[in-house]
Design a protein around this ligand. Structure first.
Ligand SMILES: Nc1ncnc2c1ncn2[C@@H]1O[C@H](COP(=O)(O)OP(=O)(O)OP(=O)(O)O)[C@@H](O)[C@H]1O
Ligand SMILES: [Mg+2]
Length: 168
């Protein structure tokens, strides 16, 4: 079973605050997939996340650049937007996975290739009117009938508990 925690954000500052508070729970090598419609608040979440690490770099939407790196004291935050990427081959050709181990990676529209990413925390944004967003932190379902236990959901489940403790 997937574990989940939900919290409501009433405006963009709250979304940034939520991200800022949870940022310290992640480490280089961790992957966060951000899911939600256009304008749901995914990029604003990354803005708060980078602030959580006191990055001086400007966070902008990578819809056209595909990937942005934001420097922090010890590592980079890698911000990817797969909206304009059509195939997994196209994504692989970018060579971005070379940086996954040494960066905290946040991917907008990453669920397009959900099967490719084997271990991640999913942050979903559900718009409730102009400014309210229901934000759900969850872990992916275990692979259906897969022979290989590829996701240590126990650890990711702990991560959801840690997020809940930070935000409650
Ligand atoms: N609670 C909220 N949290 C985040 N953004 C909000 C909220 N309420 C309103 N907004 C507005 O919604 C928009 C969110 O834009 P943002 O670029 O973060 O979305 P996105 O999910 O990254 O979209 P895209 O898929 O186009 O990249 C902004 O204009 C922001 O001001
Ligand atoms: Mg965006």
């Amino acid at each position: 079973m997937s574990k989940a925690f939900q919290i409501t954000s009433k405006n963009q500052e709250e979304t940034k605050n939520i991200a800022r508070k949870t940022a310290s729970l992640f480490h280089p090598g961790d992957l966060i997939i951000l899911d939600g419609e256009l304008g749901a608040g995914k990029t604003h979440f990354v803005k708060g996340f980078a602030e959580g690490y006191s990055s001086q770099d400007l966070v902008t939407s990578p819809t056209f650049s595909i990937a942005n790196f934001y420097r922090t004291a010890g590592f980079d935050i890698l911000h990817i937007d797969l909206y304009r990427i059509s195939t997994i081959e196209e994504f692989k050709d970018l060579g971005l996975t070379d940086y996954f181990d040494q960066s905290i990676v946040l991917i907008e529209w990453g669920l397009k290739f959900a099967n490719y990413f084997d271990e991640y925390v999913l942050v979903s944004f559900d718009s409730k009117g102009d400014n309210e967003r229901l934000i759900t932190f969850s872990t992916p379902q275990p692979p259906k009938g897969g022979a290989v236990e590829k996701s240590p959901l126990g650890d990711l489940g702990v991560k959801i508990d840690e997020i809940k403790n930070k935000l409650c």
